[in-house]
Design a binder for this molecule. Sequence first.
Ligand code: F6P
Length: 345
Amino acid sequence: MRVGVLTGGGDCPGLNAVIRAVVRKGVGEYGYDFVGFRDGWKGPLEGVTTELGVPQVRGILPRGGTVLGSSRTNPFKVEGGVERIKANLADLGVDALVAIGGEDTLGVATKLGDLGVNVVGVPKTIDNDLNATDFTFGFDTAVNIAMEAIDRLHTTAESHHRVLVVEVMGRHAGWIALHAGMAGGANVVLIPEQPFDIEQVCAHVEARFEKQYAPIIVVSEGAVPRETEGEDGMTLVSGEKDAFGHVRLGGIGDRLAREIEDRTGKEARAVVLGHVQRGGTPTAFDRWLATRFGLHAIDAVHDGDFGTMMALRGTDIVRVPLIEGTGELKLVNPAQYAEAEVFFG
Ligand code: F6P
């Protein structure tokens, strides 16, 4: 059996841990050989491969990024893309694919699975917004990076009696903001699922200063003010869309800081954590989760259980149909947000 492996979409810590586990168990227990596809779906689309075996995965467990490279290539947006992928897999003698990705990469895997490609999915994203799994790997690392930043910002905000706004990633889902904000003791957490009222935010800011504390506001890049609710109200770096139709978000932190300064007269600054949240070494939790996802993914290949995605349920790894993970995003519900609200102001 020859198995192809690819990583697609935004990278995240733990991708290499999955690749290592897939290869180590695949070679050691099942005697498979592997081919690495470069840069997400671009690899099988253009037939760009790299050697992948036990020597290539040695030492990669703690490394961030992905040794296979990544891209946001969408083969369904390329003329004859599906046929080219099928032809390349056949030419390379690849019997099955392990696709490691988020909503877009696994969305492609879902459709290719329906078209007869033998594919197994592993859910990754720092955003933690894939359905059917309690957590995706990469999320815990991102939350810890954001929490550490918030801890540091508290001390400098106190010294200068300033408002500090921390913009974190999270296009549609506020999981990073919610978890990091709660762990870091934020004054306010603003997420895409709950359009915010700027007057309420300013009231929280004033209340925090009255208690002799400096406020820290954590905001997801996809958060929107109440008066411009919906995707059109998002703050964009650029309106240009990628192959999956996503615009580039960014700037809500600055926009908020300016607004707070104007309305409260308190000095406010913004910090954008950006790709720092996606870089570097994975936490122990993410290494553990990514490794277990990899082990179970190659078992699924061995069982011929294609069209499935690995998912964490409690402490168990289970297999679910790919469509369960990609059909709908997992968003923060109002009750979960209400828990964070207890600490606002
Ligand atoms: O999907 C993960 C993610 O990090 C989002 O939080 C963010 O909106 C997006 O990727 C940024 O993508 P890029 O690195 O391509 O700008």
